[in-house]
Design a protein around this ligand. Structure first.
Ligand code: GRF
Length: 209
Protein backbone atom coordinates (compact mmCIF):
# COMPACT_ATOMS: atom_id res chain seq x y z
CA UNK A 1 0.00 0.00 0.00
CA UNK A 2 1.14 3.56 -0.67
CA UNK A 3 1.04 6.09 2.13
CA UNK A 4 1.26 9.88 2.21
CA UNK A 5 2.20 11.26 5.63
CA UNK A 6 1.18 14.83 6.51
CA UNK A 7 3.20 16.65 9.18
CA UNK A 8 3.78 20.09 10.68
CA UNK A 9 6.25 19.45 13.47
CA UNK A 10 8.98 17.22 14.81
CA UNK A 11 7.70 14.07 13.15
CA UNK A 12 8.37 11.59 15.92
CA UNK A 13 5.27 9.64 14.88
CA UNK A 14 6.51 9.72 11.27
CA UNK A 15 9.76 8.22 12.59
CA UNK A 16 7.86 5.45 14.39
CA UNK A 17 6.08 4.62 11.11
CA UNK A 18 9.34 4.69 9.11
CA UNK A 19 10.92 2.34 11.67
CA UNK A 20 7.94 -0.04 11.58
CA UNK A 21 8.17 -0.22 7.78
CA UNK A 22 11.93 -0.80 7.94
CA UNK A 23 11.63 -3.66 10.41
CA UNK A 24 8.91 -5.32 8.37
CA UNK A 25 6.06 -4.68 10.79
CA UNK A 26 4.09 -2.64 8.26
CA UNK A 27 3.97 -3.79 4.66
CA UNK A 28 3.70 -0.42 2.90
CA UNK A 29 5.76 2.38 1.46
CA UNK A 30 5.71 6.07 2.30
CA UNK A 31 5.41 7.67 -1.13
CA UNK A 32 5.72 11.19 0.18
CA UNK A 33 5.78 13.37 3.25
CA UNK A 34 3.96 16.68 3.03
CA UNK A 35 4.42 19.53 5.49
CA UNK A 36 2.61 22.85 5.73
CA UNK A 37 5.50 24.23 7.82
CA UNK A 38 8.72 24.95 5.95
CA UNK A 39 11.06 24.28 8.88
CA UNK A 40 9.31 21.16 10.23
CA UNK A 41 11.95 18.72 11.45
CA UNK A 42 9.75 15.96 10.01
CA UNK A 43 10.84 17.04 6.49
CA UNK A 44 14.44 16.46 7.53
CA UNK A 45 13.58 13.00 8.86
CA UNK A 46 11.93 12.15 5.54
CA UNK A 47 14.96 13.28 3.53
CA UNK A 48 17.32 11.35 5.80
CA UNK A 49 15.29 8.26 4.94
CA UNK A 50 15.24 9.05 1.20
CA UNK A 51 11.51 9.72 1.19
CA UNK A 52 10.19 12.47 -1.11
CA UNK A 53 9.44 15.47 1.09
CA UNK A 54 7.35 18.48 0.08
CA UNK A 55 6.46 21.78 1.66
CA UNK A 56 2.95 22.63 0.46
CA UNK A 57 1.23 25.40 2.38
CA UNK A 58 -2.20 27.01 2.08
CA UNK A 59 -0.34 30.33 2.07
CA UNK A 60 0.68 29.78 -1.56
CA UNK A 61 -2.91 29.33 -2.76
CA UNK A 62 -5.73 31.88 -3.12
CA UNK A 63 -7.99 29.94 -0.76
CA UNK A 64 -8.59 26.70 1.10
CA UNK A 65 -10.43 24.97 -1.73
CA UNK A 66 -7.66 25.64 -4.27
CA UNK A 67 -5.13 24.30 -1.77
CA UNK A 68 -7.12 21.15 -1.19
CA UNK A 69 -7.80 20.62 -4.92
CA UNK A 70 -4.07 20.78 -5.52
CA UNK A 71 -3.46 18.21 -2.78
CA UNK A 72 -6.19 15.90 -4.11
CA UNK A 73 -4.62 15.95 -7.61
CA UNK A 74 -1.17 15.49 -6.14
CA UNK A 75 -2.23 12.47 -4.08
CA UNK A 76 -4.36 10.90 -6.82
CA UNK A 77 -1.58 11.23 -9.41
CA UNK A 78 0.65 9.31 -6.99
CA UNK A 79 -2.06 6.67 -6.41
CA UNK A 80 -1.96 7.08 -2.65
CA UNK A 81 -3.98 4.50 -0.72
CA UNK A 82 -3.93 6.05 2.75
CA UNK A 83 -3.33 9.52 4.13
CA UNK A 84 -1.65 9.49 7.52
CA UNK A 85 -1.92 12.69 9.55
CA UNK A 86 0.93 12.84 12.04
CA UNK A 87 0.87 16.17 13.81
CA UNK A 88 -0.56 18.02 10.79
CA UNK A 89 -1.94 21.34 11.95
CA UNK A 90 -4.74 21.93 9.47
CA UNK A 91 -8.43 21.00 9.36
CA UNK A 92 -9.51 19.53 6.02
CA UNK A 93 -12.85 20.58 4.55
CA UNK A 94 -15.67 18.19 3.76
CA UNK A 95 -14.58 18.22 0.10
CA UNK A 96 -11.15 16.75 0.86
CA UNK A 97 -12.45 14.25 3.39
CA UNK A 98 -15.09 12.96 0.95
CA UNK A 99 -12.44 12.48 -1.76
CA UNK A 100 -10.65 10.01 0.53
CA UNK A 101 -13.49 8.58 2.57
CA UNK A 102 -12.25 6.21 5.30
CA UNK A 103 -8.76 6.54 3.89
CA UNK A 104 -7.50 9.35 6.14
CA UNK A 105 -6.34 8.59 9.68
CA UNK A 106 -5.10 10.82 12.49
CA UNK A 107 -3.59 10.39 15.93
CA UNK A 108 -4.73 12.60 18.78
CA UNK A 109 -2.93 12.70 22.16
CA UNK A 110 -5.96 12.11 24.42
CA UNK A 111 -8.69 9.54 24.94
CA UNK A 112 -11.31 10.97 22.58
CA UNK A 113 -13.96 12.31 22.80
CA UNK A 114 -12.35 13.89 25.88
CA UNK A 115 -9.91 16.73 25.28
CA UNK A 116 -10.45 16.93 21.54
CA UNK A 117 -11.80 19.53 19.14
CA UNK A 118 -10.75 23.06 18.23
CA UNK A 119 -7.70 24.39 20.03
CA UNK A 120 -6.86 20.98 21.45
CA UNK A 121 -3.42 20.28 20.07
CA UNK A 122 0.13 20.03 21.35
CA UNK A 123 0.72 20.89 24.98
CA UNK A 124 -2.79 22.38 25.34
CA UNK A 125 -4.22 18.87 25.45
CA UNK A 126 -1.95 17.69 28.27
CA UNK A 127 -2.38 20.97 30.18
CA UNK A 128 -6.17 20.53 30.04
CA UNK A 129 -5.89 16.90 31.17
CA UNK A 130 -3.87 17.93 34.24
CA UNK A 131 -6.11 20.92 35.05
CA UNK A 132 -9.24 18.77 34.86
CA UNK A 133 -7.70 16.20 37.15
CA UNK A 134 -8.51 13.08 35.17
CA UNK A 135 -6.57 10.01 36.32
CA UNK A 136 -6.06 8.36 32.94
CA UNK A 137 -5.12 9.76 29.56
CA UNK A 138 -3.64 8.30 26.38
CA UNK A 139 -4.01 8.60 22.65
CA UNK A 140 -6.55 7.79 19.94
CA UNK A 141 -6.10 6.74 16.32
CA UNK A 142 -9.22 7.60 14.35
CA UNK A 143 -10.55 8.06 10.85
CA UNK A 144 -10.86 11.66 9.78
CA UNK A 145 -14.25 13.03 8.85
CA UNK A 146 -15.33 16.65 8.57
CA UNK A 147 -15.62 17.08 12.36
CA UNK A 148 -12.49 17.97 14.32
CA UNK A 149 -11.21 14.85 16.11
CA UNK A 150 -14.66 13.28 15.68
CA UNK A 151 -14.26 10.41 13.20
CA UNK A 152 -14.68 6.69 13.99
CA UNK A 153 -12.14 5.41 16.53
CA UNK A 154 -9.69 2.70 15.44
CA UNK A 155 -7.43 2.21 18.48
CA UNK A 156 -6.96 3.73 21.92
CA UNK A 157 -4.52 3.05 24.74
CA UNK A 158 -4.50 4.53 28.21
CA UNK A 159 -1.81 5.42 30.75
CA UNK A 160 -2.12 6.83 34.27
CA UNK A 161 -1.67 10.52 34.98
CA UNK A 162 0.78 11.02 37.87
CA UNK A 163 0.33 13.58 40.66
CA UNK A 164 3.58 15.28 39.72
CA UNK A 165 3.02 15.29 35.95
CA UNK A 166 3.57 18.52 34.03
CA UNK A 167 2.14 19.04 30.51
CA UNK A 168 5.67 18.36 29.22
CA UNK A 169 6.19 15.12 31.17
CA UNK A 170 2.76 13.87 30.19
CA UNK A 171 3.29 14.74 26.53
CA UNK A 172 6.55 12.78 26.57
CA UNK A 173 4.99 9.69 28.19
CA UNK A 174 1.94 9.72 25.91
CA UNK A 175 4.22 9.93 22.86
CA UNK A 176 6.69 7.25 23.96
CA UNK A 177 4.36 4.80 25.68
CA UNK A 178 1.26 5.22 23.56
CA UNK A 179 1.51 7.10 20.26
CA UNK A 180 4.67 5.51 18.87
CA UNK A 181 3.18 2.11 19.68
CA UNK A 182 -0.45 2.34 18.57
CA UNK A 183 -0.01 4.36 15.37
CA UNK A 184 2.17 1.76 13.61
CA UNK A 185 -0.23 -1.00 14.75
CA UNK A 186 -3.26 0.86 13.36
CA UNK A 187 -1.49 1.50 10.06
CA UNK A 188 -0.45 -2.15 9.84
CA UNK A 189 -4.09 -3.22 10.31
CA UNK A 190 -5.23 -0.71 7.72
CA UNK A 191 -2.67 -1.88 5.16
CA UNK A 192 -3.68 -5.50 5.75
CA UNK A 193 -7.36 -4.64 5.12
CA UNK A 194 -8.24 -5.74 8.64
CA UNK A 195 -10.33 -2.71 9.45
CA UNK A 196 -14.01 -2.43 8.65
CA UNK A 197 -16.08 0.69 9.30
CA UNK A 198 -19.78 0.30 10.02
CA UNK A 199 -21.23 3.72 10.76
CA UNK A 200 -19.33 4.99 13.77
CA UNK A 201 -18.08 1.58 14.68
CA UNK A 202 -14.71 0.22 13.64
CA UNK A 203 -14.35 -3.55 13.60
CA UNK A 204 -10.84 -4.98 13.73
CA UNK A 205 -10.51 -8.37 12.10
CA UNK A 206 -7.39 -9.56 13.87
CA UNK A 207 -7.09 -12.12 16.62
CA UNK A 208 -4.05 -10.43 18.16
CA UNK A 209 -5.83 -7.17 19.03
C1 GRF B 1 1.41 14.17 18.49
O1 GRF B 1 1.21 14.36 19.86
C2 GRF B 1 0.11 13.79 17.83
O2 GRF B 1 -0.74 13.06 18.65
C3 GRF B 1 -0.50 15.12 17.51
O3 GRF B 1 0.59 15.95 17.18
C4 GRF B 1 1.78 15.47 17.78
C5 GRF B 1 2.79 15.27 16.71
O4 GRF B 1 4.05 14.93 17.22
N1 GRF B 1 -1.51 15.00 16.50
P1 GRF B 1 5.20 14.47 16.23
O5 GRF B 1 5.38 15.57 15.19
O6 GRF B 1 4.78 13.17 15.61
O7 GRF B 1 6.43 14.31 17.08
Amino acid sequence: KKLAVFVSGSGSNLQAIIDAIKNGEICAQISCVISNKKDAYALERARQNRIEAYYISKKDFPNEIEYEKYLVNFLKSREIDYIILAGFLYIFSEYFVEEFKNRIVNIHPSLLPAFGGKGMYGLNVHKSVIEYGVKVTGATVHFVDSTTDGGPIILQKAIYVRDDDTPESLQKRVLEEVEWKIYPVAIKLLCEDKIEVIGRKVIIKDKEI
